[in-house]
Design a protein around this ligand. Structure first.
Ligand code: SAH
Length: 274
């Protein structure tokens, strides 16, 4: 197995003096460096090796110490992503060589970030992993639009759910979820759902009204952020008409009523202007 290592300044790579290093799983948040926690910033600055996922912004990686070794392990540049088992082996090897390893992940490491798998794997090798929370995309997406995920009048809770199950595992039971979300008044926040939006829409319509508002937010918190508002009945069309793609979160629920009303009252003005 071969891995292309990209290093910011490989020639001056600093090795930690300790016999056994340490490993910290760090959430880099949704992209805006201002949304990093202080604890995440300190961990990034004191790392000697950083293993970086795709969704971590370059501005955050640039906060690493000069001489730290930066290894991109995502699909950036059209390369195949690094196998999970290889990343875990690399983490173990680096800790055993005395490195201060930071595994840097987009959003929160424990929300659809495989953080749990990595902690388990390193524990089996006798290595304790510290975990630093990041702001997950599902929180940042709506906040960036000034909309809450819960509201006493509209939503009593939130479900973070993936639209993309591990190959071979059963996906979410969308029909049960739709019925529960309707009766319990829950906001649904769907990660990795854009490519299967059509089937998610069909399944959710079995239990939620077609007029339930939806919003799709791409690149939340980043300068390239875009969003489009629609209804559950038009989810797939809203994504296609606005050319939205990954990374996006899809939010479904009555908590979006104000946003939907503002979007529909803005529509005639736009049409008039066109
Ligand atoms: N651990 C990450 C989620 C990783 S799964 C977190 O807590 O945010 C990858 C998915 O997260 C993407 O497909 C997309 O659904 C969502 N995502 C990550 N960053 C995003 C961003 N800046 N804007 C919108 N969605 C994002």
């Amino acid at each position: 197995m071969s891995l292309t290592l990209t290093s910011s300044t490989p020639a001056t790579h600093v090795r930690a003096p300790m016999a056994l290093g340490r490993c910290t799983l760090v959430g880099a948040g949704p992209g805006d460096p201002e949304l990093l926690t202080l604890k995440a910033l300190r961990a990034i600055q004191s790392a000697t090796v950083l293993l970086v996922d795709d969704l971590v912004s370059d501005d955050i990686v640039a906060m690493a110490a000069p001489g730290a070794r930066v290894i991109h392990v995502g699909k950036r540049g059209g390369c195949k992503s690094t196998p999970q088992s290889f990343i875990e082996r690399l983490m173990i090897m680096a800790v055993r060589e005395g490195e201060q390893v930071v595994r840097l992940k987009g959003g929160d490491p424990f929300i659809f970030g495989r953080g749990g798998e990595e902690v388990e794997h390193l524990a089996q090798a006798g290595i304790h992993v510290e975990v630093v929370n990041g702001i997950t995309a599902g929180l940042a997406g709506l906040t960036s639009l000034g909309v809450p995920l819960t509201h006493r009048a509209h939503a009593q809770g939130v479900v973070f759910i993936t639209g993309h199950a591990k190959p071979g595992s059963p996906g979410p039971d969308w029909r049960t979820l739709a019925a529960t979300a309707h009766s319990a008044r829950l906001t649904l926040v769907i990660y990795m759902g854009v490519s299967s939006a059509g089937s998610i829409q069909d399944e959710l319509l079995s239990g939620l009204p077609p007029a339930t508002p939806v919003v799709v937010v791409q690149n939340a918190s980043l300068p390239l952020q875009r969003h489009a508002v629609g209804t559950l009945a038009t989810l797939q069309r809203t994504i296609a008409d606005n050319s939205l793609g990954s990374p996006s979160i899809i939010v479904v629920g009555d908590v979006l009523q104000g946003l939907a009303a503002a979007a529909s009252s803005a529509q005639p003005a736009l049409e008039k202007a066109a």
